[in-house]
Design a protein around this ligand. Structure first.
Ligand SMILES: [Cu+2]
Length: 126
């Protein structure tokens, strides 16, 4: 549900329409959902890596500013996955929308090796 990649695609294959040759965003960033929280991907970190949000509908707008595939997965305090990660190619964007109760959630890039390299974050919902 509510997983919309740039251009409405699967999250793969749409980067050419979203970014120009310099890597500057064009159409897709203007499509950032109202009230969404911007999360940038780099090797190997989320920026910011601590996010605060109000309980209820939480919308993350992920922009892969790195040079390789990244993903974003939300896990609860027990480490249980509450949102499937999807691979996001370099230069692509992705929207994650979830209804969350107050709590501290983890953000993980589930591309092999990235989490261990430090690509984690916190999502604090209050
Ligand atoms: Cu990654």
């Amino acid at each position: 549900m509510a997983l919309a990649a740039c251009g409405g695609g699967s999250g793969l294959g749409s980067s050419a329409s979203c970014f120009d040759a310099t890597g500057e965003s064009t159409a897709c960033v203007s499509g950032q959902p109202d009230g969404s929280i911007l999360v940038n991907d780099f090797e190997y970190r989320f920026e910011p890596n601590t996010i605060t949000a109000k309980a209820g509908k939480v919308v993350l707008y992920e922009v892969n500013k790195g040079s390789t595939i990244h993903s974003i997965e939300i896990v609860d305090e027990s480490g249980k996955q509450i949102q499937d990660a999807e691979d996001i190619r370099a230069g692509d964007t992705f929207v994650v929308e979830r209804t969350l109760k107050p709590g501290t959630y983890g953000l993980i890039c589930d591309i092999p090796g990235h989490k261990d390299a430090g690509m984690t974050g916190q999502l604090i919902v209050s």
